[in-house]
Design a protein around this ligand. Structure first.
Ligand code: C5P
Length: 475
């Protein structure tokens, strides 16, 4: 590392230490003295096992620690305490853990004794990447994380499957094992997904217990009617894991962060297609609109990757930015950022690029020799992503048009295969679209057609972000 690199490593190390509770807290966490900690800092290297400890501490705080840069991303992943109780449906909890992980949650598993008759803690840990907790009086667990901390750090406690016996214990406030103790110690919202034999479900004792839990604000998900695991038909079947995961993620999404858990890729700015080392084909796109959209989505809680051509507007905060020059680089950067739940193609991508790139500057020769520029077509990034095997759930494009705006844009929406098109009428005289801070938009979907504006590009971005949030909330 150069001296500059070292200085920035020290700064990042110190910032990380600060965010994880200060140097003393780190020493006790890593069980090392002050000199060992200083060595890690001064040598620019943290031993792998200590780094892992730091990463799990960061995760406990809902942060992600980048192992190379030591940067802590403030994109908080919610922690869900998944309590699995013993029923035949317990094996479906593995699928549920996977779905919750896919939705962006950190899943910390807890299993009762009888759940371990059906699945092993090891199988659950393999899916969650976290330790699975089983014993109340396990000293190692107490040293690593006491049961109170385990209960308190969860954003939500999910009991799935919840047996009739466990529901009864919860209703009585019993605390005779780790799982029931956690339910009592937690102040977080609790959701239960019951699964049991239809007769047990229908029994007045079970129904009375459920009423007690409902009165205490416990959320109930299912059960469904159909074939139950014990072979009888009726109500008592565990709700499908993806349905449970969806409901739970909605429960923990704060009202002001409706896009949390979504990954949205935004393209912005122009592309520059080089002719020779000093010349290029480009356009006047300023990046204002795309950057504002990236910012607006991040403000609503989305994880945003912004792929931007050369612009003079500053990089927005709280988004991952990838700087590119050409359309081909933009496409590669977008593909590398997949999977995503949303794609917003706002960049003014050059339709063509020079067929050849001259390695050295093309010299001006006599007036009679004017070089011809042969062009080839660039990839259409929007159409490509709209037809991708990993297509995001929502694909949005822009269309700058000078005439028949709505009709041309609707046709473009269909042709490119995107879900929505935001059409800008280009008014030379009003100075909207390129480089201007105002924009007017016709928002076009398969069924809707709304006029927005003229509004500032920031207002357009906020309106679009809310539409995107509504799309995912109703999905
Ligand atoms: O076809 P046209 O360039 O008008 O389409 C505009 C929309 O398509 C914009 O959303 C733009 O970002 C996107 N686009 C693209 N790749 C291209 C050309 C346009 O993604 N090569």
């Amino acid at each position: 590392m150069t001296q500059n690199d070292m200085a920035s490593y020290y700064a990042r190390f110190d910032a990380m230490a600060e965010q994880l509770g200060g140097r003393r807290a780190l020493q006790s966490l890593l069980q090392v003295g002050p000199s060992a900690l200083s060595n890690y800092r001064n040598r620019g290297h943290i031993p792998a096992d200590k780094l892992q400890r730091l990463q799990s501490e960061a995760k406990m705080r809902g942060l992600l620690l980048h192992p190379d840069t030591l940067e802590l991303s403030n994109h908080k992943a919610p922690v869900i305490l998944l309590i699995i109780t013993g029923g035949v449906a317990a094996y479906k909890a593995l699928e549920l853990a996977r779905r919750l992980g896919d939705a962006g949650a950190i899943v910390r598993g807890v299993m009762t004794k009888s759940a371990q008759q059906f699945i092993t803690p090891l199988a659950l840990s393999a899916l969650t990447g976290e330790k699975t907790y089983t014993e109340l009086f396990d000293l190692t667990d107490e040293q690593e994380m006491g049961h109170i901390r385990l209960a308190r750090e969860a954003e939500l406690v999910l009991v799935a499957p919840a047996t009739a016996n466990f529901i009864a214990k919860m209703a009585q406030g019993m605390a005779d094992d780790l799982a029931s103790t956690l339910c009592l110690a937690s102040t977080a919202p609790i959701a239960i997904a019951p699964a049991m034999n239809p007769a047990m479900w229908a029994h007045p004792a079970t129904q009375a217990n459920l009423s007690i839990l409902a009165a205490r604000g416990v959320h109930q998900i299912g059960p469904d009617a159909g074939d139950t695991a014990c072979g009888e038909i009726g109500t008592g079947r565990l709700t499908a894991p993806d349905e449970i995961a969806r409901t739970v993620m909605k429960l923990i999404t704060p009202a002001d962060k409706p896009l949390s858990g979504q990954h949205i890729i935004v393209t912005s700015g122009p592309t520059f297609e080089p002719i020779d080392p000093v010349r290029f084909i480009g356009n006047h796109s300023s990046g204002q609109q795309g950057h504002a959209i990236a910012r607006a989505c991040a403000a609503l809680g989305a994880q945003v990757t912004l792929v931007s051509g050369p612009v003079s507007v500053p990089d927005p905060e709280d988004v991952k930015i990838v700087h590119i020059q050409t359309a081909q680089e933009m496409l590669a950067a977008v593909e590398a950022a997949l999977p995503a739940t949303g794609f917003i193609g706002c960049a003014a991508v050059a339709d063509w690029r020079p067929a050849q790139f001259a390695d050295s500057k093309m010299k001006k020769q006599s007036h009679s020799h004017i070089p011809a520029l042969e062009l080839v077509e660039n990839p259409d990034i929007l159409a490509h992503i709209a037809h991708h095997k990993n297509r995001p759930n929502l694909v949005v494009g822009f269309a700058a048009e000078t005439e028949n705006v709505a009709a041309y844009a609707s046709e473009k929406r269909r042709r490119k295969g995107c879900d929505w098109i935001l059409a800008n009428p280009v008014h030379q005289e009003r100075g909207t679209v390129f480089g201007a801070s105002m924009n007017d938009i016709i928002y076009i979907t398969e069924t809707d057609n709304e006029s927005w504006g003229p509004l500032t590009k920031t207002d357009i971005a906020d309106r679009l972000a809310l539409k995107i949030a509504a799309f995912f909330t109703n999905a």
